[in-house]
Write a protein that binds this ligand. Structure first.
Ligand code: UD1
Length: 352
């Protein structure tokens, strides 16, 4: 049995790492391909090192580009790689361009594909990730879902229940493994007294007026709580391009995995448009305000600490005041987010 993993962008790494570790225990052959969608040291290499991932067997080095350019370049290069490697199954993760590109290539070569984190839907097709999720799930032979809503969405789309396997959340496997280390990170005396911010969705950062409004609210918040903001390269480019003055916020470079997890543990609130961070804060019980109108991770709203606030200044300030007044929404941890999702995946693969 030869398993080939495809990763490409930052949120893939903490999902693939536990699966690779779990499969090692079954002594199955594994190959790791990095598409190079993310390439900066602090967006990629540092994650490999901290998560104890093996060096990729090959990095395709595709880099940045438009969606079509990036997806096509991954497909073009990956096709020869996967033909040469002859895997029995290819594992793709999450919803980035690397995920869908690899799934399309494999399905035309009749190589079975397993999708880790299948079934999530925001029902918002203006998000590139939603297109990636729908296409990948349509093509995948085996669909590993993190929560019940994933199964329901897939069945509603006509995907046979025999191909769906609810395993839980692999990203939470990584979180649980590294939490003791992360908790020991120092936050320079700011413990519980800062808002941690991340923003990188095109719908929030690519439009001048929208980005100015969101940063304006963060500036208002900074009168009451320190705002710590590790800035994604896309967002940094836009802040510069639009000439926005954000100097009253603590702007940092993107943080490594363990440092960022440590910051989440010690934050009063996390304000984000990331998908994964909605889940991490739910696990940690830290209040999360999501700057989006919808989420593909509804379980974080139904069971967890997540509140969708859109780009609405009023809503953001109301929710923030509740948190400062000690009236933050309380949550629980969703079923199967227990640190063993990757073991369940490895066990299924070992029986193929
Ligand atoms: C991608 C994913 C998104 C995920 C995010 C996490 C897709 C469609 N989007 O978005 O789902 O939440 O990663 O970060 O796959 N850049 C660098 N250095 C890097 C990588 C990117 O400077 O290492 C800059 C480039 O200018 C690039 C821009 O960031 O054009 C955006 O990168 P890209 O991979 O296209 O999308 P993300 O916004 O990172």
């Amino acid at each position: 049995m030869h398993i080939l993993h495809v990763v490409g962008a930052r949120p893939n790494f903490m999902k693939a790492a536990p699966v690779i570790h779990a499969i090692k225990r079954w002594n199955l052959k594994q190959t790791l391909i990095h598409t190079g969608q993310h390439y900066d040291t602090n967006m990629s290499d540092i994650f490999f090192a901290q998560l104890g991932m093996p060096e990729p067997d090959l990095n395709l080095g595709v880099g940045s580009g438009s969606h079509a350019q990036q997806t096509a370049e991954i497909m073009r290069q990956f096709e020869t790689v996967v033909i040469d490697a002859k895997p029995d199954i290819v594992l793709v993760y999450g919803d980035v361009n690397s995920t869908v590109a690899a799934a399309i290539v494999c399905s035309k070569l009749l190589i079975p594909v397993a999708h880790v984190e299948a079934g999530l839907r925001s029902f918002d097709r203006t998000m590139p990730e939603e297109i990636n999720r729908i296409v990948t799930d349509r093509l995948a032979d085996l669909l590993f879902t993190p929560s019940e809503d994933g199964d329901v969405n897939l069945e509603r789309e006509g995907i046979s229940s025999e191909r769906i396997c609810r395993v839980g959340n692999v990203m939470i496997d990584s979180l649980i493994r590294f939490l003791p280390l992360a908790k020991r990170q120092s936050v320079n005396g700011l413990d519980g007294r800062f808002a941690l911010v991340t923003l990188h969705r095109p719908s929030n950062v690519d439009d001048n007026a929208t980005l100015k409004d969101i940063l304006g609210v963060l500036l208002e918040i900074s009168d009451r709580l320190a705002v710590v903001f590790p800035v994604h390269p896309r967002t940094r480019q836009r802040i510069k391009e639009f000439g926005i003055d954000a100097s009253r916020l603590h702007l940092l470079e993107p943080l490594p995995y363990i440092e960022f997890l440590g910051m989440q543990c010690h934050a009063a609130v996390v304000i984000t448009d990331s998908g994964g961070i909605q889940e991490e804060t739910t696990y940690l019980g830290i209040p999360c305000l999501t700057i989006r109108n919808n989420t593909e991770r509804p379980v974080t709203v139904e069971l967890g600490t997540n509140v969708l606030v859109g780009q609405d200044r009023g809503k953001i300030l109301i929710e923030l005041n509740k948190i400062i007044d000690g009236k933050a929404k309380k949550g629980t941890i969703p079923p199967l987010w227990d640190g063993h999702a990757a073991d369940r995946i490895a066990s299924v693969l070992s029986r193929l």
